[in-house]
Design a binder for this molecule. Sequence first.
Ligand SMILES: [Zn+2]
Ligand SMILES: [Zn+2]
Length: 282
Amino acid sequence: MKLARFLSIPILSVLFLVGVLYYVTVFIFIDDWLSLQTSAGSLNALIFTFFASLCIFSYFVCVLKDPGTVPSSYVPDVEENQLSDQESGRIGVQAVKCDKCLGHKPPRAHHCRVCKRCILRMDHHCLWINNCVGHKNYKSFVLLVFYATVASTYSSIMLISSILDKEWSSSRVNGWNPMTSLKLFYVTSGVMIFGLTLTLGTLLSWHIYLIAHNMTTIEYYAGSRASWLARKSGVTYRHAFDVGTYKNITLVLGPNMLKWLCPTAVNHVKDGLTFPTLRDNS
Ligand SMILES: [Zn+2]
Ligand SMILES: [Zn+2]
């Protein structure tokens, strides 16, 4: 039962955090700054709700979508298999055997110790979605990070606007300024929301870099080592699946630019057993 996947502490924490952030942004920051009764206030609340909904939608897709598993009928391309990585200079291009599943592992697939199976074009196992990020849910993962960054940035702007617009009175009631606890609330929220925005923005930039180079997180680390070894022996190393920036982007987000931001538009995602490489292109 896929829905049982939601019964994990990280997932419930994420959903709780999103709920708190949504409430605080709409009913405190926006309401305080513009009031939800005004058209400017309700427009901002509507825009924020739109991005928050897309964020939650992408999140559900990430959690529920299978990242892609190796079909039992999979047999690797024999011709490809005759060259070793060193001979071809193309790390991870060929199928190898998985010593845990005992079956063949297509290029770019890796065994996940948490999922206990091989995942196609595995990126990483993500605790926050209680699922692997792989071939079939990578687009929704990237869009989740994208919408979360947008929503978090929007929340930061609402927070700043609300602070700037506030009249911080210094009058004291029984020797105590009631504004003090409000200030404390704003400072705590600010630290949390700016920290979140910065973290998400960094993660988004990282995945934009990976998409542009057609790399997975695993391949990035394997590639750094391979390129260091190649430099030592005086040859240049190039990631085998990097087929040009635009083509790389379309392989993840799809050929139709209008559908790039839709987490469920994944008709372009192939079986994940073979991938275009540099050699096919030259
Ligand atoms: Zn395996
Ligand atoms: Zn996994």
